[in-house]
Design a protein around this ligand. Structure first.
Ligand code: ASP
Length: 610
């Protein structure tokens, strides 16, 4: 890393350099003035080197050093020397040596930063971090995370190139590709009254590249979706986007699985991968066993159906739920039988927040007695049968939810995650990848009175379910909630890591006739299809190969590999929860002249009625 300013970085100096005259450049991490001696810790992204300025040996440098403050940028030239015995710093890679300065130059001065740069653990207000993001990024934790992210992207590229993938960029100014979110639009100046959409993903473009014959494509692609933001969402994010031709679901999964393992091993070799090959489960199995389509399987706490033991139990809620076609599910929380009343109330509130109508608990005490508010309603032996059905052991607390299919399991699944966090289950170091597939093709959209793709409007259907892409009336443009289409399963597969959806993809429908049928079910009339998807439908008349692909969230992956729960922590310049860039102050008002050229007027948001 030698440049005109430096011979070594601040992380390079070792005993082998002792006696060499070198120049270093960097930021003043810390400064200690002992009068005769001034010590500077000089920092760059490679490390820290101790610099000593002795008034006797270098009086001019000493005068400069007296005025230097933390975060000044300086260049120090001198001789690398072995530190005096007993003053070595084992925490620094350069800790055996120090630079004895002959010449010190200030390259730039710095104001006192709004938060300390040299205290990695300092608690700093989030808004302040984002306003001064360039300083936040100077701090060690952020540097480490962005460096890991860079290694992640590098490893991804290497594995793909080695496997014969072609890296192709697709445009940002496109026509809307529906991925289920709102589009950001860019008004056209040259064609007033029209607008581009920013891509929610390169979905259609990568499929068109398959029509072109690039049978293995990938891209580190920026995606933009105008959604409400949550912890793992940002208006713009990055996907590893790939598509392959002449493949089945098994081919795509096999490649992606090897790629994910290779990349993980290369970027975080110290973190164990829980399962190789990755476990695979259907959506139905994931919901029934874990109450989630992105289960964290680093721990058990599996859900169990209580339909058999709850039927005819004497407890009205169970009977009515089951008679009405609902389900009753439960799981055993280990060692929680002694939970106090207040804790049980909290769990009930949590369950309601997660969408359950209520929560039923049964404590299996150490002595074997069962304590539960519903015990008195149950017929003889049923309480014991229920705790046995969930595999509870003495000391466990059984948590039960009765309700609609899937909803009840999902509410309980969220409670499972809460309990696991409280009990400290799940090794934080382990990377537990798995596949979930066989998702339903559609979900009923009552407002739009149509079937909506659960994932991607281009997802294919299992061959044996193809005939289900139909309505009860026989007319695909007249859907209703009871249609066979509601039972069709998609050739969709999601990859999950430690309870997060890392990515999802599918084998696509490449036959135009089937795609049109599917679009009709989704409420796109023939005219609307021509308007929205005309390009790809036409392309599919020119020999589209069978194809499929996937996209993985790079931000999520980087966050999980660096133990973060918010993707902001692995993005250089993210937005706040309300979509604001506090550093550059975007969004911002637009120059009226520019608006005029675009033929636009921006309406201020109406104040909510008082
Ligand atoms: N385009 C999809 C998405 O962004 C991924 C895919 O199916 O390849 O979620």
């Amino acid at each position: 890393m030698e440049t005109a300013y430096r011979d070594l970085t601040c992380g390079d100096a070792r005993l082998s350099h002792v006696g060499r005259e070198v120049a270093l450049a960097g930021w003043v991490h810390r400064r200690r003035d002992l009068g005769q001696l001034i010590f500077l810790d000089l920092r760059d992204r490679y490390g820290i080197t101790q610099v000593v300025i002795d008034r006797h040996d270098a009086p001019e440098a000493h005068t400069v050093g007296a005025d230097v403050r933390t975060e000044f940028v300086v260049r120090a030239r001198g001789v690398l020397a072995k530190r005096l015995a007993g003053t070595e710093n084992a925490k620094l890679a350069t800790g055996d040596v120090e630079l004895r300065v002959q010449d010190l130059r200030v390259l730039s001065t710095a104001k006192t930063p709004p938060f300390p740069i040299n205290e990695p653990d300092a608690e700093v207000d989030d808004a302040l971090r984002l306003k001064y993001r360039y300083l936040d990024l100077r701090r060690e934790p952020m540097q480490k995370r962005l460096l890991l992210r860079s290694r992640l992207v590098h490893a991804i590229r290497e594995v793909h190139h080695a496997a014969g993938f072609v890296e192709i960029e697709t445009p940002l100014l496109i026509k809307a590709t529906p991925e289920g979110a709102r589009d950001f639009i860019v008004p056209s100046r040259l064609q007033p009254g029209s607008a581009y959409a920013l891509p929610q993903s390169p979905q259609q473009l990568k499929q068109l590249l398959m029509v072109s014959g690039f049978d293995r494509y990938f891209q580190i692609a920026r995606c933009l979706r105008d959604e409400d933001l949550r912890g793992d969402r940002q208006p713009e994010f990055t996907q590893l986007d790939l598509e392959m031709s002449f493949v089945t679901e098994a081919d795509v999964m096999a490649f992606v699985e090897r790629m994910v393992i290779e990349v993980s091993r290369s970027v975080t070799p110290e973190r164990p991968i829980a399962n190789d090959p990755f476990p695979r489960m259907t959506y139905r199995e994931a919901i029934d066993r874990y109450g989630s389509d992105k289960p964290d399987i680093r721990y058990g706490l599996e859900l169990h159906s209580l339909a058999d033991v709850a039927a005819g139990s004497g407890f009205r809620v169970f009977d009515e739920t089951l008679d009405g076609g609902g389900v009753v599910y439960g799981f055993a929380a280990p060692g929680m039988a002694g939970a106090p009343r207040s804790r049980l109330d909290e769990l009930t509130e949590d369950a309601k927040r997660h969408g359950a109508r209520g929560l039923i608990w049964m404590a299996l005490e150490e002595g074997g007695t069962i304590r539960s508010p519903i015990a008195k309603f149950l017929v003889e032996g049923r309480a014991a049968a229920i705790v046995a059905a969930v595999g509870a052991k003495p000391g466990d607390l059984v948590l039960i939810v009765a309700g609609d299919d899937i909803h009840a399991q999902e509410a309980l699944g969220r409670l499972r995650v809460d309990c696991a966090a409280r009990l400290g289950l799940g090794d934080p170091d382990v990377l537990s990848y798995l596949w979930v597939n066989r998702f339903p093709m559609y979900q009923w959209d009552a407002d739009g009175h149509r079937w909506d793709a659960t994932h991607n409007p281009f997802s294919g259907v299992l061959p044996e379910d193809e005939e289900l892409l139909a309505t009860s009336s026989g007319d695909p443009s007249d859907p209703s909630p009871g249609d066979p289409a509601g039972r069709a399963r998609a050739l969709q597969y999601d990859i999950v890591l430690n309870g997060w959806e890392l990515g999802g993809g599918s084998i696509r429908i490449h036959r135009r006739e089937l795609l049109e049928r599917s679009f009709l079910l989704m409420g796109h009339s023939e005219k609307a299809q021509r308007e929205k998807f005309g390009g790809i439908l036409e392309a599919f008349e020119y020999g589209p190969p069978p194809h499929g692909g996937i996209a993985l969230g790079i931000d999520r992956w980087a966050a999980l590999l660096t133990y973060q729960t918010n993707i902001r922590e692995v993005m250089a310049f993210p937005k706040t929860q309300s979509g604001t860039d506090l550093m550059l102050e975007a969004p911002s008002p637009v120059d009226p002249a520019l608006l005029d050229e675009l033929g636009l007027a921006l309406k201020p948001r109406k104040k909510p009625d008082a």
